[in-house]
Design a binder for this molecule. Structure first.
Ligand SMILES: *Cc1c(COP(=O)(O)O)cnc(C)c1O
Length: 225
């Protein structure tokens, strides 16, 4: 399938989900996750009108960045090893996977300007998933005030791998509630505007529950590698 065709279908689904809950489509940023595909396929996505690209490994991001440079807005969405921070820090607009203080410290040290970070939360508590628990997230975010280059621009989660709509909805709702609590604290360094949640199989539900960034790989650009 051509990316333009997938994009058309996904945009329709985004539209329907927004209409259902009276949200504007402008509130939802579509991130094309290109981790499974070639540079050519990523270029096809940009030609189709995609603006935001997501990668989950530093080497694959760098490989694509060499060619595409700052044509797209880059999102780093994967687990980030502290020693890899310096490789990506001046190339990405958002880091979606801030999950520990040592990582915040390194980002803060390497950054030449404020970096927009999303704190990764493991809402479901599944052992296979990275991120802080709901309970840990608030004190963690408060502890970031000392890092002048860190902006907590939102929260990110990966929902459990299930088709059970209620489980998915519950996961997204809990992240939205957490965001609300953080926003109420009015922390200057933590506007916490964004909810990065929703992937190929659950993005419509995520939008209904307040997602402002959805990360779509398979359904949009496919998996060719
Ligand atoms: C791979 C990945 C995605 C995209 O997953 P699809 O199911 O292919 O849409 C989204 N978010 C993260 C963090 C990923 O690693």
């Amino acid at each position: 399938m051509k990316v333009v065709e997938n994009l058309k279908r996904i945009n329709q689904q985004i539209n329907e989900a927004c209409q259902k809950v009276n949200r504007s489509i402008k509130e939802v940023t579509l991130i094309a996750v290109t981790k499974y595909v070639s540079i050519e396929r990523a270029e096809e996505a940009l030609d189709a009108g995609i603006v935001n690209l997501g990668e989950n490994r530093d080497d694959s991001l760098l490989e694509k960045w060499e060619v595409l440079q700052d044509k797209p807005i880059w999102h780093y969405i994967g687990t980030l090893q502290t020693r890899k921070v310096k490789n990506i820090i001046d190339k990405v607009e958002y880091i979606h996977s801030l999950d520990r203080e040592s990582l915040a410290e390194e980002i803060n040290k390497r950054a030449n300007q404020k970096i927009k970070c999303l704190v990764q939360v493991n809402v479901s508590g599944e052992e296979s998933k990275h991120g802080l628990s709901i309970e840990e997230a608030m004190p963690f975010i408060e502890s970031l005030s000392k890092f002048e280059n860190i902006v907590v621009d939102g929260l990110m989660t990966m929902a459990p791998f299930t088709n059970d709509e209620q489980i998915l909805r519950d996961c997204f709702r809990r992240l939205n509630n957490l965001r609300e609590q953080i926003q109420k604290m009015n922390l200057e360094f933590a506007p916490c505007t964004h909810l990065s949640m929703g992937m190929s199989n659950d993005f419509a539900i995520a939008i209904e529950e307040g997602a402002t960034m959805i990360r779509i790989g398979t359904a949009l650009v496919g998996e060719e590698e």
